[in-house]
Design a binder for this molecule. Sequence first.
Ligand code: SF4
Ligand code: F3S
Length: 104
Amino acid sequence: TYVVTDACIKCKYTDCVEVCPVDCFYEGENMLVIHPDECIDCGVCEPECPIDAIKPDTEPGLEKWLEVNTEYASKWPNLTAKKDPMPEADSFDGVENKFEKYFS
Ligand code: SF4
Ligand code: F3S
């Protein structure tokens, strides 16, 4: 599966949603997640994210994000169409420790 990492928090550009063939993105207030059981590993969303927030879970060190994606994909509503990024998206690009500070 692919996973959304904390880089997405407070940005939510949603270009990823537009290209997913199986509509497996779910939306929280500040972040999207991918449903690991629904993702077909096509990989097309990864290059679409302007801030590289999406990674294949085969990369090392992504266990935490796989857990976050798994947990919240079953709690948050499905998002199937692109929408405006968050108002301060550009200023949150590259900010550290977003999960601890801003996750919701
Ligand atoms: Fe959707 Fe493909 Fe990305 Fe999985 S890898 S979330 S199926 S676009
Ligand atoms: Fe987030 Fe990137 Fe999608 S910022 S909403 S993973 S395009």
